[in-house]
Design a protein around this ligand. Structure first.
Ligand SMILES: [Zn+2]
Length: 243
């Protein structure tokens, strides 16, 4: 064997192993580490809007205003740190019929985190949300969609379902305006879609968050989905066994 072939025979499996770990933990649709909701049933003309990283002023309130105007339910995956800072917005989302989910306390990447650290992120957020709404969340979305080894047992112990997504408007990219975000969401939208959008930007300091393009996109997304014959539901109605 040539040195290059020897290197290839050693490094090939390592690279393949690395690619597999990347797929298992990082690809939003992966089911390797545990069962994840990626999309709902294709046989129902329903899609679910989900908003991550909030609450944030003034964007969460603006999103809630639009949802109320169109009578659309949604799911908000909140960071506990933001819930503690802006509890009134979470109380309003809950009171107006939306689902409040757990998106960790501080929005860390879960790679290489031990189970105690993962549990602390989950529990602090469960408690912060329960204090505001009176109920512990039943849905969880990991930051950046990344799952790690201790996560699924910790979720199961808390009755939390992992919710990923099937569609996104890439609204965290700074150069996309509302029209572009709406186009991206609507381009491939079909029954069962779980749509990822953001009403905040992680637990950043107030003033460093700009979700205005998401707010601008929202009416077009709702109207476009309805023109395509789709209605909106809260994401937990897509979970196995849900009615
Ligand atoms: Zn996030």
């Amino acid at each position: 064997m040539t040195p290059a072939a020897i290197a290839g025979s050693v490094l090939g499996p390592i690279a393949a192993g690395g690619a597999f770990v990347y797929y298992a933990c990082s690809v939003p649709t992966s089911q390797v580490l545990g069962e994840a909701l990626v999309r709902g049933p294709a046989g129902r003309p329903e899609v679910a809007l989900t908003f991550d990283d909030g609450p944030a002023e003034p964007f969460t309130g603006q999103v809630l205003d639009i949802l109320r105007r169109y009578r659309v339910p949604a799911t908000f995956f909140c960071c506990g740190k933001n819930v503690a800072r802006l509890p009134d917005l979470v109380r309003r989302a809950d009171a107006e019929g939306h689902t409040v989910g757990n998106h960790t306390w501080s929005h860390p990447l879960l790679y290489f985190k031990g189970r105690p650290a993962i549990e602390a992120e989950l529990d602090r957020t469960q408690e912060a949300i329960q204090k505001v709404t009176g109920r512990a969340p039943v849905v969880f979305r990991p930051p950046y969609g990344v799952r790690w080894l201790g996560l699924f047992p910790a979720l199961r112990a808390r009755g939390l379902a992992d919710v990923q997504w099937s569609d996104t408007g890439y609204d965290w990219k700074p150069r996309l305006d509302g029209a572009a975000i709406a186009r991206l969401v609507l381009a491939k939208l079909r029954p069962g879609a779980v749509i990822l959008l953001h009403d905040g930007r992680e637990p950043r300091e107030p003033g460093n968050v700009d979700a205005s393009s998401t707010v601008a996109a929202l009416p077009s997304i709702i109207e476009g989905a309805r023109r395509a014959g789709l209605e909106f539901t809260r994401v937990e109605s897509f979970l196995p066994g849900a009615v």
